[in-house]
Design a protein around this ligand. Structure first.
Ligand SMILES: Nc1ncnc2c1ncn2[C@@H]1O[C@H](COP(=O)(O)OP(=O)(O)OP(=O)(O)O)[C@@H](O)[C@H]1O
Ligand SMILES: [Mg+2]
Length: 349
């Protein structure tokens, strides 16, 4: 459970850069010290005391952050952390290490009336929109992964998948409202990995059945089980292979004392469309398979978890392929990327 509060791959790069910029070695930093830095700024509602206090900056400039992050993330050149702009790095450290995942991201809050953007760890208030922003850094791929994720978001919500409202910022960054900050309150959320201790990189525990069973164990309402099924079909049809256990979360409602499925996130094309990845297999298996999944596999899951109208769900998701194509064109995703991604979609006959 606590591991969910620790930085992941991206957060760890930032953590290390920050520690080195203070002339310390990451090897000296224990997990407890890392949690003291997390303090009250973690995803979800867990907080760690006593927190290590770090200077408060009250505004942020996304362009500045992107410029510094591009240097930090440029693997071709070794960056001497002590030469980086200290104020920007401090901001990135505070708002870029809490959320998990591989992609560069920050947490910010935007004032609902003035539009002023402040670091995401300062307030949780109804006066602000709380966003998680996946930053577009112009890396190696020559196309915007964030834009592709936005097209997936538009398509998934069109196909009845519940997600937090999301938008593009400066046509470059993908911003999604946080489900762990709602109505001015912190919500307790954990990933499927955090709830169970299942390693999201271990194929033995990585299956949709494990997720469905977890939802049942948590006594989530049946509509959540249906929603999970719809999400699974979406991931299959739209070739989102990166559907691992940290890409599904559950959220606790303290007013009702019950758990529910958190909105979907990180639905996107996870491979590099410039490479031909015919053999890629998905993170979560289904009916014992990671490739070559057919209708009877879906039917087996639908029966096991009493999914109503499973064929209708399937049709609705498949029909969304045309919507995806139309939306990708409207959003100016390059046609070579559209074609490469389309080739990997797997409609069911
Ligand atoms: N809308 C949201 N509200 C609250 N937390 C979120 C939201 N979206 C994502 N998260 C949290 O942030 C983490 C990272 O987000 P996301 O999975 O989108 O990033 P990623 O870097 O693409 O991940 P991956 O390493 O799986 O590719 C998630 O595992 C989840 O815990
Ligand atoms: Mg993820």
């Amino acid at each position: 459970m606590i591991a969910d509060s620790l930085p992941d791959l991206f957060g760890n790069i930032i953590f290390k850069t920050w520690i080195e910029s203070n002339n310390r070695d990451m090897k000296e930093i224990s997990v407890l010290e890392q949690l003291a830095y997390v303090g009250k700024r973690g995803i979800g509602a867990l907080e760690y005391h006593p927190a290590t206090s770090i200077a408060v900056g009250d505004t942020i400039n996304i362009n500045e952050i992107v410029a510094v992050l591009s240097q930090v993330m440029d693997q071709k050149q070794h960056v001497d952390a002590t030469h980086l702009d200290h104020a920007s790095l401090l901001n990135i450290f505070k708002i870029g290490t809490s959320a998990g995942g591989v992609r560069p991201k920050i947490l910010i809050a935007e004032h609902k009336v003035t539009g002023r953007i402040i670091p995401g760890d300062m307030v949780h208030s109804e006066d602000y929109y709380h966003y998680l922003i996946k930053l577009g850094l112009d890396e190696e791929h020559r196309y915007s992964r964030e834009l592709v994720e936005y097209v997936y978001y538009l398509t998934a919500t069109h196909a009845g998948i519940q997600m937090m409202p999301s938008k593009m910022i400066d046509e470059r960054h993908f911003a999604t409202l946080r489900f762990d900050r709602q109505n001015g309150r912190k919500k307790h959320v954990l990933t499927a990995s955090g709830l169970t201790g299942w390693d999201f990189k271990d194929p033995k525990v990585s299956s949709y059945e494990q997720l469905f069973d977890l939802a049942l164990f948590l006594k989530c309402p049946h509509k959540d089980v249906e929603q999970l099924f719809r999400r699974m079909v979406f991931n299959l049809v739209f070739a989102n292979h990166d559907d691992h256990l940290k890409n599904h979360s559950f959220i606790y409602d303290e007013t009702q004392d019950n758990w529910g499925l958190a909105p979907a996130y990180d639905l996107t094309y996870s491979l590099n469309p410039d490479l031909n990845m015919k053999t890629a297999s998905r993170a979560l298996s289904l009916n014992g398979k990671r490739t070559g999944i057919v209708m009877t596999d879906l039917a087996a899951i639908a029966e096991r978890y009493t999914i109503k109208h499973f064929k209708r769900t399937l049709i609705e998701i498949q029909e969304a392929v045309d919507f995806w194509i139309k939306t990708a064109k409207e959003q100016h995703v390059p046609s070579r990327i559209i074609e490469a991604i389309l080739k990997n979609f797997s409609p069911f006959s």
